[in-house]
Design a protein around this ligand. Structure first.
Ligand code: UD1
Ligand code: CA
Length: 468
């Protein structure tokens, strides 16, 4: 038998989100909602993956290349969405239907559902679950033999009776259909309900009326089927997802000191014995090796950390920190920054698009932008690269073993040769050759007896020009 096709419904308007962004593109732990069921379907062994999109095709370009998109011409309900995809279905291939807004479904739950369906030979199998608060979900009405009689919708008043509203078993919106059986009933769906929409669950009742069997498979983890319809549910689902991601890291050997104050996106990778301190946010494709210490109070997005890296109270985006690097407290690392092994970026230091050499130190109060800094160099407190002349960015090149004075401005393009020095307070506009000391500041002069002269002169009598 060929692998089932996964049909993911994502053309709904998501009006309850009250957003300009399509619902399934809202972020859940670093991925859009829609990416979650797509990943689960793929891992459960789906062959083709077909997503039903709205006419404006907001999902175009936002899905993996192997995902097919079909368009539902108007938002006339979940039944209309499947009808729009009829051309992509085959009679002898099972169809697993998922919702783009039910992100926590696991590959395991989907393969369990697929095998239950294959074993029973039913025309369709619906995944249900029991919720403490089933409000808003379709309720599962079972026949005396346990099979499905029908699903009652409850979103709008009018579809369900009080007895039906009391049912705790809900439709998860996940189903497996025999391809041919589904194609046969799709055209017979009618919008005779409170919303005036084509309800996909009505296809199940039509199959049953035609004498076919429709099974219900109870999934015992309600979290797997929590739907996101509004932002309250989005936050609830996000909280569950966040906890799970953290627990997976903890089981794999990462020490998350305070799970309650820590956010780790789904695609973050952390090595063993790495410690994540409180109030730390690890976003996107951030990767860290082993024995790192990250946080407290640190936000890293798409960062790469080697082993034994320490990052305290820092905000970093798209920077690459090699083994043994130390950063912070209170540093800002910006895209294109590479900090090589054992280097140190200290307190109130901003680094952008720069290469900081092995063992080099930028310990205090500096801005290093568009610079290439060799190994074993020490930049004094308050080193600033003036990399922008108002029109163009220019690079600063700093060699090996350079000793930078404090409060030095490096007006790019400029180069400090290997083992050169700069004097404190210099505004360096010309290259400093290897081994030289660059002094670029006014020499100090002292006015002797200044205080006495001031007291002697009358208050009205101005002092000599140039004297304060
Ligand atoms: C649906 C089910 C309900 C079930 C619940 C589980 C129906 C009528 N009801 O309700 O029984 O308990 O899911 O989460 O199916 N969509 C389209 N085109 C449309 C309308 C919706 O593609 O015209 C998509 C949506 O983007 C969404 C999914 O179908 O991903 C479900 O639609 P939604 O309106 O959220 O249905 P629910 O009211 O949640
Ligand atoms: Ca929904």
């Amino acid at each position: 038998m060929s692998a089932p096709v996964a049909l993911i419904l994502a053309a709904g308007q998501g009006t309850r989100m009250r957003s300009c962004t399509p619902k399934v593109l809202h972020d859940l732990c670093g991925r859009p909602l829609i990416a979650w069921p797509v990943a689960a379907a793929r891992a459960a062994g789906a062959g083709r993956i077909v997503v039903v999109d709205a006419p404006a095709r907001p999902l175009d370009g936002r899905l993996a290349d192997d995902v097919e998109i079909v368009v539902q011409p108007q938002p006339n309900g979940t039944g209309g969405a499947v009808r729009a995809a009829a051309g992509a279905l085959e009679r002898d291939v099972d169809v697993i239907v998922l919702s783009g807004d039910v992100p926590l479904v696991s590959a395991q739950a989907l393969s369990d559902l697929l095998s239950a369906h294959a074993r029973s030979g039913a025309a369709a199998t619906l995944a249900s679950t029991v919720l403490d608060d089933p409000a808003g979900y379709g309720r599962v009405v079972r026949a005396p033999d346990g099979s499905l009689e029908r699903v009652v919708e409850t979103k709008e008043p009018g579809d369900a009776t009080p007895e039906e509203l009391a049912i705790g078993e809900v439709n998860t919106g996940i189903y497996v259909f025999d391809g041919g059986a589904l194609l046969d009933v799709l055209e017979r769906l009618r919008p005779d309900n409170a919303q005036g929409e084509l309800y996909l669950p009505d296809a199940l009742a039509l199959l049953r009326d035609g004498g076919a069997r429709v099974d219900v498979q109870l999934v015992d983890d309600p979290a797997l089927v929590l739907g996101v319809n509004d932002r309250v549910q989005l936050a609830q689902v996000r909280e569950l997802c966040r906890r799970r991601i953290i627990e997976d890291h903890q089981r794999a050997g990462v020490d998350v000191v305070d799970p309650g104050s820590t956010i780790i996106d789904a695609d973050v990778e952390l090595g063993r014995d790495t410690v994540v301190e409180p109030f730390t946010v690890l976003r996107g494709a951030t990767r860290a090796g082993e024995r790192c210490r990250i946080g407290p109070g640190t936000t890293l997005t798409d960062m790469t950390l080697g082993d034994d890296v320490v990052v305290l109270h820092t905000y970093g985006v798209q920077a690459d920190l090699h083994d043994g690097v130390q950063v912070g407290p209170f540093a800002y690392l910006r895209p294109g920054t590479v900090v090589r092994a054992g280097a140190k970026i200290g307190t109130f230091v901003e680094v952008k698009n720069s290469d900081i050499g092995t063992g080099t130190k930028v310990p205090h109060l500096s801005y290093v932008g568009d610079a290439d800094v060799g190994p074993g160099t020490n930049l004094g407190a308050g080193t600033i690269t003036a990399n922008y002349d108002g029109r163009h960015k220019h690079r600063t090149t700093i060699g090996t073993g350079v000793k930078g004075g404090v409060h030095v401005s490096l007006v790019a393009p400029v180069e400090l040769g290997d083992h050169s020095w700069t004097a404190a307070g210099s505004v360096v506009t010309k290259d400093v050759p290897a081994g030289a000391l660059g002094i670029a500041r006014e020499r100090q002069r002292n006015l002797e007896n200044y205080d006495e002269r001031r007291r002697e002169s009358a208050a009205s009598e101005p002092l000599a020009a140039g004297e304060p």
